[in-house]
Design a protein around this ligand. Structure first.
Ligand code: RFL
Ligand code: PHB
Length: 399
């Protein structure tokens, strides 16, 4: 039992971060009778309201289904067979189902988060929201702990067998691995995305990824009445310099392909933000009694739709490893976690980098010709198309 005495919470697994990685881990552990306490620096509403990922790959949906988390996803999620890839005057559909037998689902991270919160609340999970001063201690011993200041300003300690850092790119967990042990790889791209959410029916059946001399554009969606669109913009772009009209004009130009009378239908913009593009990997994903999962260990640029899916895949490996460690005293999966997880992390890091560099204009005419050549190849060769499809729809967990 998770117990409280002397202001100390005792549990088996202390989880830092109540995003998708943290809550899913707590759910999978709870299903197997392993107790956890979750601490989160933001409010429940803030975490659930963040507009982020929109695409779930096959293995993510399979895992959510097997964990009993997919009732609403099955009813409200929109299964897509593939994506459209285009450049001026050409649009091609890649059918992942024909190419690989796997598909993807449009179901927003906001909805995944709501489903996770509902499931954890129903199970009586302890989640401490709006905490401050989160710190990790004694990770190289058998009695690690996490301290924090709770929402009422009281100092608290969670004493656990294991600590899991699910606290994203800006949390304290990744830096809790000593400098002498950790290795990092980092790439900042010379462009950002301006993203909008709009109350208008999508102008496309499936997502459009568009290469254009003015810069990349993408048409995604959240439902039959809500569209999500992105434009490549220079780093440091002030969102205030992009009026709604300017955004819709740029989207119409970059997404228009001059055929079939296709048109983009504009609508009221309900959210607008600029996000930088970055690749980051930190190894190892385990140090002593600390395990890292999701964005805490790695960041990918969003062009491959991999961030959320990779967080789910990490947790899909980590949960059985911790269950074996804590219930059967069997450390084999826990000892293999970092190496096993990193194989998929590097595959997705490469795929996200490849999609990003194939589709974003750099202003270099040589790059431009290579990009167009690559696009022609992935849309006309069975081998090229299958490679993209296999990575986008996602390799099985454990790959
Ligand atoms: P999260 O979601 O960042 O959650 C980490 C949580 O930790 C909390 N935290 C702390 N808690 C306690 N103490 C501290 N000191 C803490 N510091 C931080 C944070 O408040 C937060 O709640 O990480 P997680 O769970 O690993 O999940 C990762 C995903 O959120 C992320 O990879 C995706 O959103 C990336 N991503 C996409 N992924 C996809 O698979 N498909 C997509 O289509 C996709 N599109 C996107 C995206 C990310 C985007 N943005 C804005 C980064 C589109 C966008 C626009
Ligand atoms: C989204 O719908 O937000 C989305 C979809 C696909 C991506 C990135 C973002 O590659």
């Amino acid at each position: 039992m998770t117990s409280e005495g002397d202001g100390v919470l005792r549990t088996q697994v202390a989880i830092i971060g109540a995003g998708p990685a943290g809550l899913l881990l707590s759910h999978l552990l709870g299903n197997a009778g392993v107790e956890s306490v979750v601490v989160e620096s933001r409010s429940q509403e803030y975490v659930a309201g963040r507009i982020r990922a929109g695409i779930l790959e096959q293995s993510t949906v399979d895992l959510l289904r097997s964990a009993g988390l997919a009732d609403r996803l099955s009813r409200e999620g929109d299964q897509h067979r593939g994506i459209h890839l285009q450049w001026p005057h050409e649009r091609h559909h890649l059918d992942f189902v024909d190419l690989t037998g796997r598909s993807v689902w449009v179901y927003g991270q906001t909805e995944v988060q709501k489903d996770l919160v509902a499931a954890r609340t129903a199970a009586g999970q302890q989640v401490h929201y709006e905490v401050a001063d989160t710190a990790l201690h004694d990770l190289e011993t058998d009695h690690p702990s996490v301290t924090f200041t709770d929402a009422e300003g009281r100092p608290r300690r969670v004493a656990a067998d294991v600590v899991v850092g699910c606290d994203g790119s800006f949390g304290p967990s990744r830096a809790a691995v000593p400098d002498a042990v950790r290795r990092t790889w980092d790439r900042t791209y010379p462009y950002s995305w301006l993203g909008i959410l709009a109350d208008v029916a999508p102008s496309t059946d499936e997502l459009i990824y568009a290469w254009h001399p003015d810069g990349f554009a993408m048409h995604s969606m959240r439902s039959s009445s809500v569209s999500r669109l992105y434009l490549q913009v220079p780093n440091g772009t002030d969102v205030a310099t992009w009026s709604d009209d300017r955004i819709w004009d740029a989207l119409a130009t970059r997404l228009g392909h001059g055929q079939d009378g296709w048109e983009l239908t504009p609508g009221p913009v309900t959210e607008k933000s600029v996000l930088p593009m970055r690749s980051y990997v930190q190894t190892p994903m385990r140090h002593g009694r600390l395990f890292l999962a999701g964005d805490a260990a790695h960041t990918v640029p969003p062009t491959g739709a991999k961030g959320l899916n990779l967080a789910v895949a990490d947790v899909g490996l980590l949960a059985p490893a911790l269950i074996d460690l804590l219930r059967k005293d069997d450390p084999r999966l826990a000892d293999a976690y970092s190496e096993t997880a990193l194989r998929r992390v590097w595959r997705c890091t490469h795929f996200s980098w490849w999609m990003t560099t194939m589709l974003h204009t750099s202003g270099d005419p040589f790059d431009e010709q290579l990009q167009l050549s690559q696009l022609r190849w992935v849309t006309s060769s069975q081998a090229g198309a299958t490679g993209l499809a296999e990575n986008y729809a996602g390799l099985p967990i454990g790959f």
